[in-house]
Design a protein around this ligand. Structure first.
Ligand code: ZN
Length: 271
C-alpha cells in the first residue's frame, strides 16, 4: 500500500470465495506481474459455507505456487468478533465496517480492535456510508465523508486505510457515477493515509485513475468480476454442458476482467 501511494497506482482488491475464483485471481495477477489484495466478506463465506480457516488454508496452498506478492483482507466485517476470528485464522488485514453505527461506536470498536491485534495487522475503517447502487444521487450526497471528521476519525482510531464515500456505491451503477473529487482531495490532505475506493465496478477508467491520483490506493472490485464469471458459466456452447466444462469458460472470462482492472489501476508490472 505504501508503494502504491508513493508511486501513484492503485492496488486492486478483489473478492473471491472458492477455489476456482482464488486460482483465477492469482493467476491473472501473476500473468500481469501485479501485486494483489485477495479479499472475502463474512457474508460470502456464509453463502459458500466455508470457514475462515478453510478459506485461508486453501488460499495459502494455491498462493504457494504464485510468484507475485498477495495479501488476504477481510472485507466488510460488521462485528469485532468476525475480525478477531479472521485474524486468528491468519488474515493479514481486516475491515471493520461500522459506517451504519453511531460514529462514537464505530471509533470505539476500531480502537478495541487495534488494541487486540497490534500493529502487525492492518485495519480498514469506513466513515460515511457507501450505499448500494440503488442509491440516488441525493441520498449519496447526504452520507458522503466529511474531510474534517475523517481526519479526527483517523487520528482517534489509528486505522491504516480509510474507506470513504464520495459518490461511489456498491453493485452496478444506474447512470454514470459522479465522484466528488474536490471532497476527495480535501480528505486526502486531511488524513494523509491510503484511502479505499469501494464500489469500483462501473467507475469509468479516467475517473478511476483520477481517484487513484488523489489517494485511493486500494480499489475494490467485485460485481463486474462476479458477473464475468457467471456469464462464462452460461456461455455457448456449454449452455447445457457439465460444470467442469462451464467453469472453464467462467474462469477465462473472470481472468480477462481481472486483467482489465489491473491495467486500469496501473498496477501491472509493479510486482
Ligand atoms: Zn465495499
Amino acid at each position: 500500500m505504501a508503494d502504491a501511494k508513493q508511486n501513484g497506482y492503485g492496488l486492486p482488491a478483489i473478492n473471491v470465495s472458492n477455489m476456482e475464483t482464488m486460482q483465477t485471481l492469482l493467476e491473472a495477477a501473476e500473468e500481469m506481474k501485479s501485486p494483489i489484495i485477495v479479499q472475502v466478506s463474512p457474508m460470502q463465506l456464509q453463502y459458500h459455507e466455508i470457514s475462515f480457516v478453510l478459506f485461508i488454508d486453501l488460499l495459502r496452498r494455491i498462493g504457494r505456487d504464485i510468484s507475485i506478492p498477495w495479501a488476504l483482507h477481510l472485507d466488510h466485517a460488521t462485528t469485532k468478533e468476525q475480525c478477531l476470528e479472521a485474524v486468528r485464522a491468519g488474515f493479514d488485514s481486516v475491515m471493520f465496517d461500522g459506517s451504519h453505527l453511531k460514529i462514537e461506536t464505530n471509533i470505539g470498536i476500531l480502537k478495541e480492535l487495534r488494541k487486540a491485534v497490534g500493529n502487525a495487522i492492518t485495519l480498514e475503517g469506513e466513515l460515511g456510508a457507501i450505499g448500494g447502487a440503488e442509491a440516488t444521487e441525493e441520498s449519496l450526497t447526504s452520507v458522503m465523508t466529511d474531510p474534517t471528521q475523517a481526519a479526527e476519525f483517523v487520528q482517534e482510531t489509528g486505522v491504516d486505510f480509510l474507506a470513504v464515500s464520495i459518490g461511489n456505491a456498491h453493485g452496478f451503477y444506474k447512470g454514470e457515477p459522479k465522484l466528488d473529487f474536490q471532497r476527495l482531495e480535501e480528505i486526502e490532505k486531511a488524513t494523509k493515509i491510503p484511502l479505499v475506493l469501494h464500489g469500483g465496478t462501473g467507475i469509468p477508467e479516467k475517473d478511476l485513475k483520477k481517484a487513484i491520483q488523489h489517494g485511493m490506493c486500494k480499489c475494490n472490485f467485485f460485481s463486474e468480476i462476479d458477473r464475468a464469471f457467471q456469464e462464462g458459466l452460461f456461455e455457448e456452447p456449454e449452455k447445457n454442458g457439465m460444470y467442469m466444462q462451464k467453469q472453464k469458460n467462467a474462469r477465462r472470462r473472470m481472468k480477462m476482467q481481472v486483467k482489465q482492472k489491473i491495467k486500469e489501476c496501473g498496477s501491472e508490472g509493479r510486482a
